[in-house]
Ligand binder design. Structure first.
Ligand code: NDP
Ligand code: BG6
Length: 484
């Protein structure tokens, strides 16, 4: 099975913040991989733009280093690398000033798709939109890609939407949530809407509850400044986990096109109940074994920002009334392991008697690191010992099922940038979606701010604070183990 790579039309892409961490780790290596895959061809220009003094050759050297650091096999693709680097340019531009804009206008051509990637601090998103307009770069052909965070609450997100809408139509704005670019996340839609098997059972009559876990083993790293002002709720829950919840809970869209999908996701967010204060647990990691605590890492000894949040959400509609959604995410947890588990109800009556025990079907969609799907089914324990039941997984780890080459999925950023060039907004958030997600998150945050409670400490390498376990125990349920 060889997947088809359809080349995109030639384009000009400007990466504002082209020397930043994201460009270095994700955007440039991602573009290189798409080039190697044959998806980028023809007369393409990719321009890094930032304030730092550098010429085009300097930027090509910077990109080569970034690509080699992220892809150890890049050195063996020397011809490809040279060809790719020849597409790169650099312009010194200040988003807040007038420097460089004429040069940028000269270098990006108006007879082709022009995309401007805002990979800079969010306070620069508005000024960039304004200056693109002033310098005649905001025409109907232009697309802008806006990084996260998209606001820090409903008010700021609305304001940002308003500023962008002054110069760009919604169809030109690509708000990134890189979780939507992950292979398994898209597979979620294929599993649900491409199979007859699951959809009839996909409701509160058959589903006991749903768990969504996005666990990271890393701490806040070098992004402490940003993170300490955001916290897990704003950094992960409002966007990435919310998107996962939407894809799990939404009704089947009539078509797989941007607005049909986004309309259905929006309905889910609107159907979310406010989260009761008792249904939220926040945590903050402690240091251990020479690894710094959260407070040390962000350089704020009084910080009350959470690096972990767990909550119980309810989607109040016909499909889901009565089925809780348990969501949790955090840093410095046991392992990097993200999954969605759809836990089905017990069979209504056990013909095998009490001693056969309680068994449940669980459909697990493993997002990372080992992407795949696992369906837990109950069978008879082999052997002559009578009718004893045992749960076994029907395991489809993609790397095993498809072979390592087929399962070498493009990174989320690669896919999403190609979608921008193709003009496909399905995997990008619409303005109203982002605002609704903030309206929901704002209430949760306001709840704990009102109570004035501090996040609970948890040990590095644990599953978060014990209270998060209680969140499910008190409902007679338990979290699945965090394991890769
Ligand atoms: P960095 O701080 O590493 O880089 C910022 C970039 O912006 C640099 O290239 C900098 O270059 C440039 N820049 C700063 N001020 C200006 C200005 N006035 N005009 C033009 N360019 C400017 O940030 P990141 O790369 O980490 O993040 C970029 C965006 O991506 C942010 O919105 C962030 O939230 C988002 N993001 C980042 C992730 C990551 O892992 N890094 C993950 C998810 C989202 P110079 O100073 O020379 O101008
Ligand atoms: C980013 C968050 O959006 O996602 C980071 O800002 C987080 O804090 C990252 O580490 C996780 O992404 P992934 O793809 O590694 O799960």
């Amino acid at each position: 099975m060889v997947s088809r790579v359809i080349p995109v039309d030639p384009f000009d892409l400007v990466i504002f913040g082209g020397t930043g961490d994201l460009a270095r780790r994700k955007i440039l290596p991602g573009l290189f991989r798409r080039y190697c895959a044959g998806q980028i061809e023809g007369d393409v220009r990719i321009t890094g733009a930032a304030r730092g003094e550098m010429d085009t050759q300097g930027y090509r050297d910077f990109a080569a280093e970034a690509i080699m650091a992220s892809d150890q096999s890049a050195g063996t693709k020397k011809a490809h690398l040279d060809e790719f680097l020849a597409m790169l340019h650099y312009v010194v531009v200040d988003a807040m000033g007038d420097d460089g804009w004429e040069e940028l206008a000269r270098i990006t051509r108006s007879d082709r798709i022009r995309a401007f990637y805002f990979s800079v601090a969010p306070r620069l998103f508005g000024p960039l939109a304004e200056r693109l307009h002033q310098h005649g770069l905001a025409d109907g052909q232009t697309r802008i890609v806006v990084e996260k965070p998209f606001g820090r609450d409903l008010k700021t997100a609305r304001e940002l939407n308003r500023v962008l809408a002054e110069h760009f139509d919604e169809s030109q704005i690509y708000r990134i949530d890189h979780y939507l670019g992950k292979e398994t996340v898209q597979n979620l839609m294929a599993i649900r809407f491409g199979n007859m098997l699951f959809e009839p059972l996909w409701n509160s009559q058959y589903v006991d509850h749903i768990q969504i876990t996005v666990a990271e083993a890393v701490g806040v790293g070098g992004r402490g400044d940003y993170y300490d002002r955001a916290g897990a709720m704003r950094d992960m829950m409002q966007n990435h986990l919310m998107q996962l919840l939407c894809l799990i809970a939404m009704e089947p869209p009539a078509k797989f096109n941007p607005d049909s999908v986004r309309d259905e996701k929006l309905k889910v967010i609107r159907a979310l109940d406010p989260v009761a204060p008792d249904d939220v647990v926040r945590g903050q990691y402690e240091g251990s074994g020479g690894r710094p605590s959260y407070r040390n890492q962000v350089g704020n000894r009084d910080s009350t920002t959470e690096s972990f949040v767990a909550l119980r959400a309810r989607v109040s509609n016909w499909r889901w009334a009565g089925t809780p959604f348990y969501l949790r995410t955090g840093k410095r947890l046991k392992e990097r392991a993200s999954e969605i588990a759809v836990v089905f109800k017990d069979a209504p009556h056990s013909i095998f008697g009490e001693e056969a025990g309680r068994h449940r079907n669980i459909l697990t969609i493993k997002l990372q690191p080992n992407e795949g799907i696992e369906l837990g089914v109950t069978i008879k324990e082999p052997g002559p010992g009578g009718m004893r039941l045992v749960d076994v997984p029907l395991d489809m780890t993609f790397a095993e099922a498809l072979g390592p080459e087929e399962a070498d999925f493009p990174d989320a950023y690669e896919r999403l940038i190609m979608d921008v060039i193709r003009g496909n907004q399905t995997l990008f958030m619409r303005g109203d979606e982002v605002e609704e997600a903030w309206a929901w998150a704002d209430e949760v945050i306001a709840g704990w701010e009102k109570r004035g409670d501090d996040p609970l400490p948890y040990a590095t390498g644990s599953a978060g604070p014990d209270d998060a376990l209680m969140l499910m125990h008190r409902d007679g349920r338990r979290w699945r183990e965090i394991k890769a």
